[in-house]
Design a protein around this ligand. Structure first.
Ligand SMILES: [Zn+2]
Length: 408
């Protein structure tokens, strides 16, 4: 049994036209009019494929196909929202491959023992409403529904109101339910599969992530009359922190990554010595213990930078996600599928968060990666070759069927 490559390509093109940018990327940010149009098309396709479609109170869309027994179902899915000038593969590829698997089962008249379904999660990207992965986070019981509703975008619009406005505030409770397994196909968003010439990644888990906030308090003063010898420049100290953070992965080794992504400089004008600077620090590593080491190194880097420039520093380690380990049996099913297909594959860890991270908290979960050209994503250049997508979708199909037939 294999998926229909031409039909999948056609669906990708059709959904990709909704929110398409002039340069061929995608702008379909969560709970906008474009998001609604994308959802409407997907729901139409899901109903045409004979799925029983329901929407929960977070706007997560579920479509389920009957099994021969009423047992906990196997679900596949991802998200259909994008970042503002993103690509046509992140998220929507996983949703369309799930749909293609269901259409293939229909073509063959295959009745699986367990029900099979697909889910489209709300606001995975977190581009408009924070935190990211909010739909799956509420479903997994990790984010209170009211907090999610009260998330506001830059214009002060509430997530709950926007959900209602686009017609996707559904009646179903958004709570954990029994799933036999959850499978998510996604683009890798990194360079490893392409570098190694492999069409498929068997994802074992997601790296541990820690976010910190550093604030440096210097002395704001005039850029002209203030001699260099009496300055306490918060931005000079911040520069030391940026350099120091860059050294942390080198010192720890392995696959750690560290990023200072945001600087808030006060007053941020040409003729004043910066009095205050805020920095964001994002640290990721496959091992939780390495993150502990990295965070204490960060403390030292900040202390030393502050001492050298004579400024005061506050450090807050405010968000931490432990390493996610996917289920052995589900990972095994994906690996077996890749072997059956005879396509090159390797085990891999995800450096980015996904809805699968929250799903792993409530049911056996696994992911399939397909290569990203030049490792790029969250940009209009995002691209995955159709040959690779076909392998990924077939692996999703075989793994899904194996789990849907399982007795455990
Ligand atoms: Zn994504």
């Amino acid at each position: 049994m294999r998926i229909d490559r031409a039909r999948l390509a056609e669906s990708m093109a059709a959904l990709g036209r909704i929110g398409e940018t002039p340069r061929g990327g995608l702008n379909r940010v969560a709970l906008t009019d474009e998001d609604r149009l994308g959802r409407d098309l997907l729901v139409r396709w899901m109903k045409e494929a004979g799925l029983r479609v329901t929407v929960d109170r977070m706007g997560n869309i579920f479509g389920q196909r009957l099994g021969t027994e009423s047992l906990p179902p196997v679900f596949m899915g991802s998200h259909a929202d994008s970042v503002p000038t993103g690509g046509k593969y992140d998220g929507q590829l996983g949703v369309l491959c799930a749909l293609e698997v269901i259409r293939t089962l229909n073509d063959r008249g295959t009745r699986t023992r367990r029900p099979v379904g697909m889910v489209i999660f709300t606001n995975e990207e977190g581009a408009r409403f924070q935190p990211a992965m909010i739909g799956s986070g509420v479903l997994a019981g990790k984010i209170p529904l009211e907090d999610a509703y009260n998330a506001r975008d830059r214009d002060g619009l509430r997530l709950g109101d926007e959900l209602e406005r686009i017609g996707y505030l559904g009646p179903e409770p958004c709570v954990p339910r029994p799933f036999r397994a959850y499978l998510e196909l996604h683009i890798e968003q990194g360079p490893i599969l392409e570098e190694e010439g492999l069409p498929l990644g068997v994802v074992e888990g997601i790296v541990a992530i820690a976010w910190s906030r550093v604030t440096l308090h210097g002395v704001q003063d005039h850029a002209g009359p203030t001699p260099m010898r009496i300055r306490h420049d918060a931005l000079v100290a911040a520069a030391e922190v940026v350099r120091g953070v860059r050294e942390i992965p080198r010192a720890i080794g392995g696959d750690m990554v560290a990023t200072v992504g945001r600087l808030d400089v006060t007053p941020n004008i040409p003729n004043a010595i910066p009095g205050r600077v805020g920095l964001s620090i994002d640290l990721r590593d496959p091992a939780d213990a390495n993150l502990d080491r990295a965070l204490s190194m960060l403390d030292r880097v900040v202390r030393e930078a502050a001492r050298k420039e004579g400024v005061r520093a506050d450090v807050e380690h405010y968000w931490r996600v432990p390493r996610t380990r996917f289920d052995r049996e589900v990972v095994g099913a994906v690996e077996a599928a890749a072997q059956t297909l005879g396509c090159g594959h390797r085990r891999i860890l995800s450096g980015a968060g996904h809805d699968a991270q929250y799903m792993a908290a409530i049911c056996p979960t696994g992911m399939i990666f397909v290569p990203s050209r030049a490792g790029r994503s969250h940009c209009e250049e995002e691209f995955t070759a159709l040959d690779d997508i076909e392998h990924g979708a077939n692996a999703l199909l075989l793994a899904c069927v194996q789990l849907a037939e399982s007795r455990a």
